[in-house]
Design a binder for this molecule. Sequence first.
Ligand code: UP6
Length: 277
Amino acid sequence: AYLNTYADRAKKQINPAARDLLEAVERKQSNLCVSVDVTSSKDFLSIIDAVGPYVSLIKTHIDIIEDFEPSLILRLQELSAKHDFLIFEDRKFADIGNTVALQYSSGVHKIATWSHITNAHPVPGPSIIKGLATVGLPLRRGLLLLAEMSTAGALARGAYTEDAVRMARDARDFVIGFIAQHRMEGVGLREGEKQDDAEDYLILTPGVGLDATGDGLGQQYRTPQEAVLSSGSDIIIVGRGIYGNPGNMNINEVQRQAERYREAGWNAYLQRLNRRE
Ligand code: UP6
């Protein structure tokens, strides 16, 4: 199913956030998600305004903002409407169901009220999905499970990844896909279970860069071409490849890099479509 167009895949999604994201990808001809990992509200908003035209999704780590105020969320939502992108808070929940439900709904950030998509580590087992779903499903949100990580030596592999996919398969209304480096259809099938051809996960892939292979802190980069064409990723997630060191950022250069990554990601997708027999 993932070899079809984003538009066709959008029609078959049962989760509204997944459908909205695929529609935005198609409308904007962008499978680029920019990860805005900066600590000042000013840089945060200026990067998002600069890259907005070239992305379908903005990924946040809202807890690294030093001068956070609730009004920042209003500004973010204004930019989301202005540039037509969805919002993904990369919260990586990892606790018991009751706790993650509180972390998702409450505190200073109230993530569920503004983030269309969020993610969780499958490490606690299926109860983490249940807990988050109590908050997220009524708000029409979607969840990604971290099935793999981009870092060297990551423990999320093999049987762990397979169990993550099984957990997702049991919660198709809320779990829309994975943070992963590969496709997950047919992974971890149970004894006697047949692969469901309708299975169509969104694969969002971090660790994407055109000019570097790593960051000296375990991060490993692949190109958009490798992620989308060779590994079947649907959305490339790019952070520092676009804005470098936020300390000496040139906003025109940020915009130019976003354009460059959008084009690389989209061309890889077009090549993938052309490969269909
Ligand atoms: N991220 C990864 N790898 C994962 C999961 N998440 O890098 O397996 C997140 C990081 C960061 C972004 O938390 O926000 O994706 C990557 O940023 P970068 O492009 O600047 O390396």
